[in-house]
Design a protein around this ligand. Structure first.
Ligand code: ADP
Length: 252
């Protein structure tokens, strides 16, 4: 435990598993009160319970980030109960098995865009409104190494993650003068449940590892470290930045 986020209120979406769970745990260990937001009830409850078992402060909020009414409700409830929202980590995301665009259904495309792109837009729309009311805050969006390159079979996911960069930059320009810092973390392939579903095949895993010059996949904790730094006062002059945590993939 350290005290860097003592007294701060932090919202993490997609905090049930993977990167979101790691950042929720890390913020709590740094003293924050954490709103664990996820559409998956069991996983979200488990993250909150784990934080509380460690002596931290957390509450689970069941939220589908693609629905405006639910995101608005999340922000209103957290700010109403805990007084403010200092940090939002907009991280909830979905992916699809690799599928050529000619084979991808409209429904699958719509779902990925709704969660990964519109979800970030909604979280910033309502989160920034709250931060303006209270006089400031910090936002970290989860973009991706695939925010900067194409990948065969990834039309919906890659498009949605490129959009997260556009949203991050645009809101950074809009709100830089209002004491709201807005940045994105851009992970490479991270070992999470989302990825493990697709790496049961060892050949595929070897191909994914080979994308990263460091010769391995990343961990959720390594991404969480960067998210906490971006959200902290140590990053006071970091704004509109797209910070890669990708084992060098972006350098290729
Ligand atoms: P990663 O951590 O690599 O981003 P995961 O699949 O482990 O990938 O985590 C994504 C999280 O986002 C999961 O906990 C999942 O339940 C959550 N999530 C997916 N869709 C939504 C949604 N519409 N609203 C809120 N959370 C969501």
């Amino acid at each position: 435990m350290n005290a860097e986020f003592e007294g701060r209120v932090v919202v993490v979406t997609g905090a049930g598993t993977g990167i979101g769970q790691a950042t929720a745990l890390a913020f709590a260990r740094a003293g924050a009160r954490v709103a664990v937001a996820d559409v998956a009830e069991r996983e979200g409850q488990e993250t909150a319970a784990r934080i509380i078992a460690e002596g931290g402060s957390a509450r689970f909020f069941k939220v589908d980030v693609s629905r405006a009414v639910e995101v608005e409700g999340l922000v209103a409830q957290v700010a109403g109960d805990w007084g403010r929202i200092d940090v939002m980590h907009n991280n909830a995301g979905v992916t699809l098995p690799s599928t050529p665009i000619t084979e991808l259904s409209e429904a699958d495309f719509d779902r990925v865009i709704a969660v990964n792109q519109k979800g970030v837009w909604l979280c910033m729309k309502y989160g920034i409104a709250q931060m303006l009311r209270q006089g400031g805050g910090a936002i970290v969006n989860t973009a991706s190494a695939l925010s900067f390159r194409g990948r065969a079979g990834g039309s919906a996911y890659v498009a949605s993650k490129h959009a997260v960069v556009g949203l991050t930059k645009t809101c950074a320009v809009e709100y830089g003068g209002r004491n709201i810092r807005i940045n994105a973390v851009c992970p490479g392939m991270i070992r999470t449940p989302m990825l493990d579903d697709r790496t049961r095949d060892p050949d595929r895993e070897r191909r994914l590892v080979a994308l990263h010059p460091v010769g391995r996949l990343g961990t959720a904790e390594e991404v969480a470290d960067c998210v906490l730094w971006l959200a902290s006062d140590r990053a006071a002059f970091v704004h509109g930045a797209l910070v890669s945590v990708d084992g060098g993939w972006g350098a290729c």
